[in-house]
Write a protein that binds this ligand. Structure first.
Ligand SMILES: NC(=O)c1ccc[n+]([C@@H]2O[C@H](COP(=O)([O-])OP(=O)(O)OC[C@H]3O[C@@H](n4cnc5c(N)ncnc54)[C@H](OP(=O)(O)O)[C@@H]3O)[C@@H](O)[C@H]2O)c1
Length: 321
């Protein structure tokens, strides 16, 4: 008979939110469930965005140490060079390279996709790059930056790399969302909110919610292939991004924050485990599928309509079909 204790403890932790998201949640679950490393990724090609820092760097280092052939996208050449050298040192893997591009710039995304697509099958695509911005700014194509970097850029990159992902059989597309999305319901018009209404925390949480809606729609539209789409959240993780975007929370919660390796664990695990292939369109945290709503009013009356509306909105803005 399976020991029910880990499952019971997991549910109790989940109900607390704070403990679950903290390093306590990670330590408890990983020990009780005896987590082991994901399988080898030798021979697998992985593309990840936002690997120069925090969760993305930790994930890239772990993926490379599992043997993946790794390409990362970074917006700054010098940081990319330093990161590539650091990743190679840590993982003892030389099959690491990078492409320079801002994930919010649709022209750069097309260039990146062109190069990656020509290399053949792509096993794992990880949309990790992201930030919570205190002030509103616009992408090179004139879209609000949080939306451009975490929704439109990833949408276009996935769209253009779909043939390479389908060639991998099975391909995996993983998106790093946030527990912050629990505070917001999906609201398409707010993704283009005007300047005088800008609220960085709310904008970030809405975009993170929209990432889940889009993950469902990808899973539905591409169900005829082996490619799976999943979103996850890393919990509260001590990264430069968290320290700069929420400094007071970072200071207050410092002792409880996860390490970047702990925050990246589920992402790395989803990249290799067979469990991720059994379904598509799920939301994960600490190696388990999770509910997507904690507050009743964040539920939509018509999730299917939301998905199609967001899809059409992304297609129109990225000029992709
Ligand atoms: N830390 C947490 O507690 C937490 C919780 C929930 C979700 N997340 C999510 O986890 C992901 C990683 O965040 P983090 O905490 O690791 O933050 P981080 O340390 O600031 O790392 C963010 C990464 O994204 C890159 N990036 C940001 N904007 C970009 C752009 N326009 N084009 C290309 N790359 C870009 C950054 O590159 P540069 O080096 O050039 O800045 C950096 O590599 C984000 O999606 C974040 O929303 C984090």
């Amino acid at each position: 008979m399976t020991n029910p204790l880990p499952l019971v403890v997991d549910k109790v932790l989940e109900a607390t939110v704070g403990l679950s998201f903290s390093r306590v949640g990670y330590a408890t679950r990983s020990r009780l469930e005896s987590w082991i490393d994901p399988p080898s990724l030798a021979g697998r090609r992985v593309l990840i965005t936002g690997a120069t820092s925090g969760i993305g760097f930790a994930a890239a280092a772990h993926l490379a140490s599992l043997g993946a052939t790794l390409t990362f996208v970074a917006r700054d050449e010098a940081r990319a060079q330093t990161t590539a050298a650091a990743l190679a040192r840590r993982s003892h893997n030389e099959r690491i390279d990078y492409l320079v591009g801002d994930v919010g710039d649709l022209v750069a995304i097309r260039r990146v996709a062109d190069i990656v697509g020509q290399r053949g099958p792509l096993d794992v695509l990880i949309h990790n790059a992201g930030a919570l911005a205190a002030t509103r700014s616009l992408s090179p194509q004139g879209f609000e930056t949080t939306t451009a970097v975490q929704l439109l850029g990833p949408f276009l990159l996935t769209q253009l790399l779909l043939p390479a992902l389908c060639g991998a059989s099975p391909g995996r597309v993983l998106t790093v969302s946030s527990g912050g999305m629990y505070t917001q319901r999906f609201d398409l018009p707010s993704l283009e909110e005007a300047d005088d209404h800008y609220d960085g925390v709310a904008t970030y949480a809405r975009v993170k919610r929209a990432q889940l809606v889009l993950t469902h729609e990808w899973a539905r539209r591409v169900a005829w292939t082996d490619t799976v789409f999943h979103a996850m959240h890393p919990g509260w993780t001590d990264t430069p991004g968290l320290a700069s975007s929420l400094p007071r929370f970072h200071t207050a919660a410092r002792r409880l924050l996860r390490t970047p390796q702990q925050g990246a664990d589920t992402l790395v695990w989803l990249s290799g485990t067979r469990d991720a292939l059994a379904t598509s369109g799920d939301f994960w945290f600490d190696r388990h599928r999770r509910y997507e709503h904690r507050i009743p009013w964040t539920r939509s009356s018509d999730p299917g309509r939301d998905q199609v509306a967001l899809w059409d909105w992304c297609v129109e803005r990225t000029k992709s079909h």
